[in-house]
Unconditional design. Sequence first.
Length: 477
Amino acid sequence: MSDHPGISWLNDTEAILNFIRRLIKELPELKERLMDLNEGDLLFSQGDPLEYMYLILEGNITLTRIQPDESEVKLITLGAGSFAGLIAFTTGEPTLTSGRISQKGQALKMRPQQFEQYLNDHPRLKHPLQQLMLNNMIQRYKSNLRLQTRTHLLSKELNKERNDLKKAYAQLEETHQMLVHQEKMATLGELVSGFAHEVNNPASALMRAAENLVDIYSKFESSHYSYKLFRLGLQSEPVDSNTQRDRMLMIEKRYPWIHDRSSVRKLAHMSDEALKLIDDNRKKGEMDTLINHYEAGKMIHNIRIASKRIANLVKSLKSYSRQDQNKEELADIREGIQDTILVLSNRLKFIDLELKLNEIPKTCANIGDLNQVWTNIIVNACDAMNDQGKLQISTETDQENIIVKISDSGPGIPEHIIPKIFEPNFTTKNQGAEFGLGLGLAISSEIIGQAGGKIEVSNKTDRGAEFSISIPIRDDC
């Protein structure tokens, strides 16, 4: 083998090592730098200044690094022809790794000054060692490229897995909330059933008592003034506050000797026909009795109204929370809307409600679920209007679909939010905006989607938002 440094053997690591081993035998100063590598020995530690560089002739040295979490990571195993401590040797900075002998062998141990001296004193070593160093740098560079490529692929896979996990978690959370919602509705159904049973009994008792009192009064002669006053009380209608004040002033002038404000108020509630009966049959000391006959009829009238309202409310509650919920039925959607309005009457008492429930065909639908949709949207509208404003609900048909529109006079929905408003867990209420039910609108969208319909929202040209819900007309329950 020629010793000329420019020929192709310099690209052969094993050939270079054989050349260096031969020089070691010839040069005593190189032989002095020869050291044995004993398996398990620590050559250098991470963070320490490095006094020597090691050219491995035989055996292996494994480089490791301690991570911030105190775990040790194996980076690379260097074999024959590799330099250990090359970067620290070149830069003069503390070593970035620890080097431990993983397979026994031999190495040349050199200080920086000695290395330069060897190159100057032995020109035959210069090109082989420089070539080995270049080969090492090339191999380290290739290794870094492979590592970066692998890291990029792993990062890409990790991002995909993270996105898949995020999506799966969101679906799990949505399913969980839907199950919670269904459980709440089932519990509501049970509570309503018990509540209806408990309320129906006293309401029926009130109605029966009122009818019994009517029967008692019916035993009076129909021409008797007391029975006539009673019957007029049964037909009494409420009057507004302004009319009531005007009539009280009139009563005070008409009956100046009556100083009891309660009696004046009761007389002001009476119709002109009732007042004429009192005037025609009034005797000294009997005014209170005449008033009480009218008041008895009025009270029974109020009991009838209250009992009927209780009965209607219970009926609406039972209909609203139907717990045959997994069953579709051929039904008039307008009935569910009316039930929902009655259940939410407390939220709507200061709202100007405009209903245009036009004639629509019956369709197969899960009325209990649809009632939840009406509730979510109406409550949303009340929140947007701060429980004051105008709420419009209409129904119509386009032959294939029933269309329900619910609009309000609130501030409307910011345009950039509209595409997100039906997403699960999206809410703007905690950001100070007017709209956003979190899961409410997401559940509503899911319910309408399961019914084969669609739900859309837009801002009106004047003011407020409008929800449009279309439900296909079907009769195949």
